[in-house]
Design a protein around this ligand. Structure first.
Ligand SMILES: *Cc1c(COP(=O)(O)O)cnc(C)c1O
Length: 404
């Protein structure tokens, strides 16, 4: 047997499929919104594992849930059901429009299920020709072949041969564009209430209401991808609640397990009945270990304290960013909802998100971008005032270095 070698960043290039270019440092430990790397250097975490770590790193309640469930039952497959899955489904139903739940392991899988459900429902309940999916430019729905095809960025979907067909992309927040293409052969309109990867753009109220009405008029299902915007990220449990516009199908993932892989698709009983035993499935989806963590995360996130705290933290972060902007003139717009914040780069930093992220890492700050021109903040929903202040000092140091 080969002896196990110590690993470092160079190892990555030798052993991993070259689809990412991770930062130069390797995190080894985290607590709240602080992380330490192999050399013991400390970082403030404004990235939150891309909107996953809603309760920060190693929250004691989640650690306890993993520990407790890991000593009881990890996996039974879908030949059996299990208590944590049923309990988590009850909680999601109790807090939303939904009446039925499907669990999977990632955002893409939840969306894959949602798109298959929308197609299957339309084909079996209406007509075999009702297959058109209307989606939006810049949208991101995951990396399976169906989900990249519904996603609105060709660079992710091209180069893999023939794509799933009958998917149309129109500009986001453009109701007239939806009106122009929607018809009785449309099975679904799919959107992120706040586009995340595509640049942190929130849907307008008028757009959300208009799309809902167009779906109703054409017997099309409205699918909300709340993989990133859900589970408290915007200050409500799901962002559709801000708009008062209810979808027919909703997907959620990222923060659902607070860092443990789990996702869910929610829908109504009427739509769910289109599916039967064998129509869809997954081996790991809804396993007791993931659902136990999901239950613990849900119980903390779905409280007034945590949800109301989101707006306060947003205000604090935006105030810091405005101050930085006054001093350096680097943002043309600060947008998004709740703790899904996008700062569009301008002036000397225009198009340079990569440089900013690298400078941040040097200063001990984990930052995120959404493309070349947007800095994205998706920290823990319970990040402390002190952690925000400390991270902002590091952000300013990083920016001042790019100016010197
Ligand atoms: C991250 C994301 C996905 C994909 O989730 P994975 O867990 O990476 O498959 C889908 N939709 C949205 C809106 C996302 O932000």
């Amino acid at each position: 047997m080969k002896e196990q070698q110590a690993v470092n960043r160079q190892t990555y290039d030798q052993v991993m499929l070259p689809i990412y270019s991770p930062a130069e440092f390797i995190p080894v430990r985290g607590e709240g919104s602080r992380v330490w790397d192999q050399q013991g250097k400390e970082y403030i975490d404004f990235a939150g594992g891309i909107a996953v770590l809603a309760l920060g790193h190693c929250h004691p309640a989640l650690v306890a849930a993993v520990r407790e469930q890991s000593e009881k039952l990890w996996h039974v497959s879908n030949i059996f059901t299990n208590e944590p899955a049923l309990t988590l489904a009850q909680k999601l139903i109790g807090a939303t429009f939904a009446e039925r739940v499907f669990f999977a392991n990632s955002g893409a899988e939840a969306n894959e299920a949602a798109f298959k459900l929308a197609r299957h429902y339309a084909i079996t309940q209406h007509s075999p020709y009702k297959t058109k999916i209307i989606a939006f430019k810049q949208a991101f729905h995951g990396r399976t072949f169906f989900t990249v095809s519904v996603g609105g960025q060709a660079k992710y979907a091209d180069g893999f041969g023939p794509k799933p067909a009958d998917i149309i992309h129109v500009p986001f927040n453009d109701l007239e564009a939806v009106k122009a293409v929607i018809d009785e052969e449309t099975c679904a309109v799919v959107l992120e209430p706040v586009q995340g990867e595509g640049g942190v753009t929130a849907a307008t109220q008028e757009f959300m209401e208009g799309v809902r009405k167009l779906c109703d008029d054409n017997k099309a299902l409205l699918v909300f991808d709340e993989v990133q915007s859900g589970m408290g990220r915007t200050g409500q449990l799901f962002s559709y609640m801000h708009y008062g516009v209810t979808p027919d199908i909703l997907t959620t993932a990222k923060a659902l397990g607070g860092g443990f892989p789990i996702s869910a698709m929610l829908t109504t009983a009427e739509i769910a009945q289109a599916m039967g035993p064998g129509t869809h499935g997954t081996t790991y989806g809804g396993n007791p270990l993931a659902c136990a963590v999901g239950n613990a995360a849900f119980d903390i996130i779905n409280t007034k304290d945590v949800l109301d705290g989101v707006a306060k933290r947003r205000e604090r972060i935006v105030a810091h960013l405005n101050k930085l902007n006054d001093k350096y003139g680097i943002f043309s717009e600060i947008r998004g909802m709740g703790l899904l914040i996008g700062a569009e780069l301008d002036g000397k930093l225009q198009g340079r998100s990569k440089d900013v992220l690298q400078a941040c890492a040097t200063e001990g700050l984990m930052m995120l971008s959404a493309g070349a021109n947007i800095l994205r903040f998706t920290p823990s929903l319970i990040i402390s005032e002190e952690e925000i202040n400390s991270g902002m000092v590091k952000l300013e140091q990083a920016i001042s270095h790019l100016f010197s």
